[in-house]
Design a protein around this ligand. Structure first.
Ligand code: CTP
Length: 412
């Protein structure tokens, strides 16, 4: 992989020299750019020697521009990594300043950009830096979070640049992500609300956290994500197209309308029944104390319907919430609903509802179950992204976004 490494002014620049060495050991080609600030800590010569590539420093140097202009530098790479990223440099990225070679390259970039911040804890926590960080993330920049610990300045806290291995792993994940780029992922999430009358409804404990974590992870991996969401209080993840629904029937309809998709993931806790005789007006208490009698009818099974659809997604992933016989029940459900993979979630004793962590078994056809116990829901999401990437890297074409939906897609 070709990595364009922008080094900026921080004591952590020495770690980036180590990054060059480790990345080259793994067969990557690293082209260094040093800002003026970086050159206060390390020399272009040391970066160039380790990279066995010229190290670039000047925007207007005739030599650098003749050899390799900033546009070419931005184009002829697979990924751009800013490490260390100083607070000042992050601020100039937010402003889109092209005052030096590094800034100009980033403005011209059409490749994934990673930043590995490094700064004093107070600088890291400052309102201005946090604002800049949020803006960079909103701009699609991938932030490799700094670690907590003792810093060069002697203070303790968050701000130390992530370890070289971690930065390398993040950058290498781009390859995984490439196989999901442009794929359409259709994800259902949250509970459904089934009205009893205009002010009351039947609901369940689903928070939507797992579905939203998946939507975010697939969007970060470059997929076009449509999230069909029941009522939740969660924020729409960046870059995700969200369609809000209330009832199971609405969710069924919205899911079908958003086909075709390459991958369908069904995390929603869809109410199994709706009230057939829901009141058009609020039910009032009666003089004789008799409660209203509600008649329930079965809701459509969205997963089962989509898995049997003429526009079935290539990969259909169901979720099974079980309180006992986790693997056996989930395998039976996987078959009954014709899905390719099933994520069996242990909900015994109400576990997993509304919490950030979960315990699941990943079932991929007949392969042995893969347990993920007491992990963050975001970790389950990342694992599914990795498995889906593997699946698609060995097969198939991209399904286009349904063009009829393009106009109503708004990026959140
Ligand atoms: N599902 C769905 N539509 C429904 C019910 C369930 O799409 N009407 C999906 C869920 O999103 C999940 C999977 O089916 O991916 C299994 O859901 P679950 O509630 O565990 O299964 P049920 O079919 O409701 O079975 P049971 O309640 O009997 O365990």
């Amino acid at each position: 992989m070709r990595i364009l490494l922008i080094m900026t002014g921080s004591i952590a620049a020495y770690k980036s020299l180590d990054f060059i060495r480790r990345a080259r050991e793994r067969g990557h080609v690293v082209t260094p750019i040093l800002t003026k600030g970086a050159q206060e800590f390390i020399t272009p010569l040391s970066a160039a020697s380790l990279a066995e590539q010229p190290a670039y420093t000047e925007l207007f140097s005739l030599k650098d521009e003749t050899e390799m202009g900033h546009i070419r530098l931005a184009r002829e790479t697979d990924v751009i990594l800013v490490a260390p990223a100083s607070a000042d440099f992050m601020a100039s990225m937010v402003q889109g300043r092209a005052q030096d070679l590094a800034g100009a390259v980033l403005l011209a970039a059409d490749k994934p950009v990673f930043v590995a911040p490094a700064m004093n804890v107070k600088m890291w926590e400052s309102a201005a830096n946090q604002r800049n960080l949020a803006q960079l993330k909103a701009d699609g920049v991938r932030v490799i979070s700094p670690a907590a610990g003792e810093m060069a300045c002697g203070e303790i806290g968050t701000g130390r640049m992530a370890e070289v291995q971690e930065i390398l792993a993040a950058v290498e994940s781009v390859h995984v992500q490439e196989s999901l780029r442009g794929k359409h992922a259709l994800i259902t999430a949250g509970p459904t609300h089934e009205p009893i009358d205009p002010v009351r409804y039947i609901a369940n404990q689903s928070s939507g956290l797992q579905g939203y974590a998946l939507a975010e992870a697939f969007a970060l991996a470059g997929a076009n994500v449509t999230l069909i969401s029941g009522p939740t209080t969660l924020k729409t993840p960046f870059g995700v197209t969200r369609v809000d629904v209330k009832t199971a029937v609405e969710m069924m309809d919205a899911t079908e309308k958003n086909l075709p998709a390459d991958i369908g993931i069904f995390t929603a806790a869809v109410a199994d029944w709706r009230v057939e005789n829901a009141g058009a007006q609020k039910f009032k208490k009666r003089e004789n104390g008799e409660p209203p009698v509600l008649r329930l009818v079965e809701n459509p099974d969205i997963l089962k319907t989509i898995a049997a659809h003429k526009n079935r997604p290539t990969l259909v992933v169901g979720f099974a919430a079980e309180t006992e016989y986790l693997e056996a029940y989930a395998r039976a459900k996987m078959q009954r609903k014709s899905c390719d993979w099933m994520v069996a979630t242990d909900v015994s004793g109400g576990k997993s509802f509304g919490t950030a962590t979960t315990s699941v078994l990943l079932l991929q056809g007949d392969a042995p179950a893969q347990p993920l116990l007491d992990v963050e829901k975001t970790a389950v999401a990342k694992q599914l992204v990795a498995l889906a990437a593997q699946h698609f890297s060995s097969s198939g074409n991209v399904t286009a976004f349904p063009s009829s939906n393009l106009s109503k897609r708004k990026k959140a």
